[in-house]
Design a protein around this ligand. Structure first.
Ligand SMILES: CC(C)(COP(=O)(O)OP(=O)(O)OC[C@H]1O[C@@H](n2cnc3c(N)ncnc32)[C@H](O)[C@@H]1OP(=O)(O)O)[C@@H](O)C(=O)NCCC(=O)NCCS
Length: 167
């Protein structure tokens, strides 16, 4: 993460009340549900905070999932063994507070998520996202994700790793 933000796991010390991304469901999620999901081990929430602050400028969630190999773009699966499914990580939610929009934080959070998954000791073939609307799908496509179903997009991690190395 580039300064002035730091990314860390959501904790009790973060101010979740003031987060405002303009989408009520995503504001409510960080305020009321993200900690519960973490306690119940169904999702982990990573937050970006401005330097020296406990307010949340943006967040994303990660959870284990799997997808059918047949649902993935053929160009990415040609060399795979004939498994019916592959493990993936689902970025269930991504949101940036309105006061921090348009400065690259959303893109930086995707790179942060990719880096987390690439460094994890558990394999994942791709990062998968569910776009809540067409604008969100367009945002993900602008960051290299490929659509595999209605508003479901994937970023193969081998592709992402190569892109990060070539930067
Ligand atoms: C979508 C969202 C996360 C983008 O965050 P952001 O920090 O403003 O985005 P960035 O500043 O990183 O933008 C990165 C790039 O994506 C582009 N972009 C942003 N929103 C876009 C959209 N709706 N469609 C196409 N491209 C978009 C930007 O122009 C920028 O391009 P550039 O790198 O060529 O300049 C933010 O607008 C948001 O939280 N929206 C509400 C919640 C939401 O829609 N979440 C999506 C998951 S369902």
């Amino acid at each position: 993460m580039t300064p002035p933000f730091r990314v860390e796991m959501l904790g009790a010390g973060h101010d979740r009340e003031s987060f405002d991304c303009g989408v009520e469901a995503l504001d409510r999620y960080i305020r009321d549900l993200a900690s519960q999901d973490m306690r119940r081990m169904v999702s982990k929430c990573h937050v970006a905070c401005p330097a020296g602050a406990t307010t949340i400028a943006g967040y994303y969630t990660l959870a284990a999932a799997e997808v059918a190999v047949s649902a993935l773009p053929e160009t990415t699966t040609r060399k795979l063994p004939r498994y019916p499914t592959v493990p993936v990580v689902r970025m269930g939610r991504l949101a940036v507070d309105r006061r921090h929009r348009g400065v690259g934080l959303g893109a930086a959070l995707i790179i942060n998520a990719v880096t987390q998954v690439l460094h994890a000791e558990i394999a994942a073939f791709a990062l998968v996202v569910d776009a809540k609307d067409d604008a969100a799908a367009a945002f993900y496509e602008s960051r290299g994700f490929v659509s595999i179903a209605d508003r479901v997009l994937v970023l193969p991690l081998a592709t992402a790793r190569k892109a990060l190395r070539d930067r």
